[in-house]
Design a protein around this ligand. Structure first.
Ligand code: PRX
Length: 630
């Protein structure tokens, strides 16, 4: 944990030309925030009342540090709010999902009625495989409409989904399957990336070999490769759907029943299975989609994340669908077949709300403004950012080149653990480049020192949340002790693990992680996870990994490695080590640099001092090295 530090705060701020927001709902920031402070339970219950419940709650919230229960004893099924409510209301034939593949020749559209019908059928198909309420189902899929169908089908029958990003390697998939104890894995024969075909199913084959918990593998066939399925164990997505009943009544879920587990990297080698529950998560994502994105019935929402990350869970699937929005999903990467593809998509489809990560914006800056200039981006009205700090240069570019100085930039700070937006600049509010914004109504956040005392404006400290919120994680799967640490590290607050600073107006600038998590292109990586992938290789004695500043990705992975006796440093060995990390954890974890060293700096108790390596790498003062062994 870091000591306090001074931060130079820029004074620049902007008011977007377009700052209209419909205040008929929660209202302006200040009065809404005050209403929340005056009566938090009433604030949340008014929002929750907009949604459908099978049985109302006894209490809005019950808190016994560090455990919260929200909407106690209420019964619901989140899919009723994402689907049935719209199908039975006025949105039956409204487009729910629009999908685009890597090129515009591959497009699909599902109305709310169609999505509902597919979800029910697939839900019955899962039941047919023996999946019951409370069972874990792992999804390892490309970003196609069936992915969303599978997610909602799990929720329909009360199965706990655990989505693993399709870019992870076999070992990462295997450890997540085993930790969640997944009974079924849903995958596809292939995914496409930059025109290349990735054999997804082979990665699953390898991952399930050592996962005895897996009883069935469902395979979505996208190609005519006609891969052979192993009888008994493997089944075809559409075949089991075709023989399933069309109507599936929603499972009655308690508000505190788990909805999903999602793994995020932590400071140890083992990823943390963040557990979210049905009721609070539904209310939190519904509220923030409607309030922070100012979602209107006419909006076309495009969040460029993958469902494998929390951003996809909350702001592609559950939040937007619970508000009845039209959601664009796309299998494209930002620069294939060329760096105009996303802008072309916005023009073609008429996207109004665009939500992406700073790393993509910085990549577009590098390619130049001539790419967005080729397309008409007038449909856009709101631009969002998430995943890492939006640096002022990227803010300016996004604001001027994409938003044409008329769209507000909604920077949103939150985490897998928080489930929903926590800090944001809201539509119509003053925007300050570099600052995320203020805690939204419903959230009490602050920047504090190690003892939990608030830091003065301009003094950096730890970002904490001071009171529970509906969509907070409830535990870490198989590791409740780790959950408790979040609430017991600084005072009685929830410690996010981020360093931040506040200004006089209460705007918060998030500076980065205070722990050993590296954020590469918006993806969290635990140094320990990469290190253990390196150390598991024969040649490696010890490894230490640091995040190095990268102009596009935010950070890149640099590894320092000591070799076992009998191995000599060479470029070939470097490539081997990198390749093996890729195979084990996936391309996102690949070190971009490996340096062979004779020894690693350690404390006397044997802990590797990554901070010293980082300071040396960046030509900075390593700070206090009194505990350094040598
Ligand atoms: O360090 C913060 C950074 O991403 C971390 C959470 O990562 P993850 O759980 O993968 O969720 C990412 C998407 C919600 C945070 O602890 N982070 C996220 N959003 C921002 C951010 N840092 C600065 N500004 C943001 N807007």
């Amino acid at each position: 944990m870091s000591d306090n530090f001074d931060v130079k705060l820029e004074k620049k701020s902007y008011l977007p030309e377009y700052s209209y927001r419909d205040n008929s709902w929660i209202g302006e920031y200040e009065p809404a925030y005050q209403r929340f402070l005056d009566d938090p339970e009433r604030f949340w219950s008014e929002i929750a009342h907009e949604l459908e419940w099978m049985q109302p709650w006894d209490n809005v919230m019950e808190w016994e540090h560090p455990y919260a229960k929200w909407f106690t004893n209420a019964k619901l099924n989140i899919t009723c709010n994402c689907l049935d409510r719209h199908v039975n209301g006025d949105k039956r034939n409204k487009v729910a999902l629009m999908w685009r593949g890597e090129d515009e020749l591959h497009e699909r559209v599902l109305t709310y009625r169609q999505l509902h019908a597919q979800v029910m059928r697939f839900a019955n198909a899962l039941k047919g495989l023996g999946v019951k309420k409370g069972d874990a189902v792992c999804l390892y899929m490309p970003f196609v409409p069936e992915h969303v169908v599978a997610i909602l089908a799990c929720a329909r029958i009360g199965a706990v989904h655990s989505i693993v990003y399709g870019g992870f390697g076999a070992d990462a998939l295997n450890s997540r399957i085993r930790d969640a104890n997944a009974k079924v894995v849903i995958t596809a024969d292939v995914s496409y990336r930059r025109g290349k075909t990735i054999m997804l199913k082979s990665i699953v084959d390898e991952a399930v070999t050592h996962a005895p918990c897996v009883e069935k593998v469902v395979v979505l066939k996208r190609t005519d490769l006609n891969i052979e399925l192993m009888p008994e164990k493997e089944v075809d997505f559409y075949e089991i759907m075709a023989s399933a009943d069309p109507v599936c009544e929603p499972e009655v879920m308690d508000a505190e029943d788990p909805l999903f587990i999602l793994y995020t990297s932590g400071t140890t080698g083992k990823p943390k299975g963040i557990v979210h529950t049905c009721g609070g998560y539904m209310v939190g994502t519904y509220y923030t989609t409607k309030y922070v994105f100012d979602m209107k019935d006419s909006d076309v929402h495009w969040c460029t994340a993958d469902p494998g990350w929390i951003t996809g869970h909350s702001y592609i699937v559950y939040g937007p669908l619970s508000t009845g929005a039209t959601v664009l999903i796309s299998e494209t990467v930002p620069d294939y077949p060329d760096p105009g593809i996303w802008w072309k998509t916005i023009e073609d489809i008429g996207v109004t709300i665009f939500y992406t990560a700073p790393t993509s914006i910085r990549m577009f800056m590098k390619y130049g403004e001539e790419w967005p200039e080729k397309y008409n981006l007038d449909s856009l009205r709101i631009l969002g950012s998430v995943g890492e700090p939006l640096n002022p240069e990227a803010f300016e570019w996004y604001y001027r080149k994409i938003g044409k100085a008329k769209c507000p930039i909604i920077d949103t700070w939150w985490q897998t653990e928080t489930g929903m937006h926590m800090l944001a600049t809201l539509v119509g509010d003053k925007m300050k480049p570099g600052f995320t914004g203020k805690p939204i109504p419903g959230v009490i956040a602050d920047v504090v020192d190690k003892d939990g005392n608030p830091c003065a404006p301009g003094i950096g400290g730890l970002l904490v949340i001071k009171a529970p919120w509906p969509s907070m994680m409830r535990t870490i799967h198989n590791d409740d002790e780790r959950y408790r640490q979040y609430w017991n590290t600084v005072g009685n607050y929830y410690t996010a693990g981020d360093l931040a600073v506040k200004d006089e107006d209460g705007y918060i600038m998030v500076i980065g992680r205070s722990d050993d998590v590296i954020i590469v292109a918006g993806h969290n990586l635990g140094t320990a996870e990469v290190e253990s992938a390196l150390v598991s290789q024969e040649a490696v004695a010890e490894a230490a990994v640091i995040g190095k500043p990268d102009p596009v990705k935010g950070q890149s992975v640099k590894a320092f490695v000591t070799l076992c006796v009998g191995y000599k440093p060479s470029d070939a060995l470097k490539n081997d080590l990198i390749y093996n990390v890729r195979m084990s954890l996936g391309p996102i974890a690949m070190p971009s640099e490996i340096e062979f060293v004779d020894s690693l700096p350690k404390t006397r108790s044997g802990k590797i001092m990554r901070r010293v390596l980082k300071a040396k790498e960046m030509g900075l003062d390593p700070g206090d090295i009194s505990t350094l062994e040598d």
